[in-house]
Design a protein. Sequence first.
Length: 109
Amino acid sequence: MWCQSGFEPDSFWHQTPLHFQLAMRGVRKRLTAAAEASLREAWWGGAFAGLTQSKGGLKPLDHYLRKNSDRRMAPDAMLAAFQSMEARGAPISIRKYTRAELEARNADG
């Protein structure tokens, strides 16, 4: 992990656990910033091409930059989505379990 992050192999042995953590956090921030920059560039490229004006085109940039925790689907919305897929003939079987049934299934392995 140390070398994959771009650090010299010999410098690893001079790091304390705290310095290692801080370095890895910095790498994660750098990679996240680079990914967001790439996404912004792609969005602007699409925007200049006029894709935001067409039907079904790009959503606003903020939609794509949202963190995963902001994109979580509510249970009711998820159930409605699966029910609509099932109604269109998708091979989905929706079954409601009681807590006791779930605990029994988890106990079995």
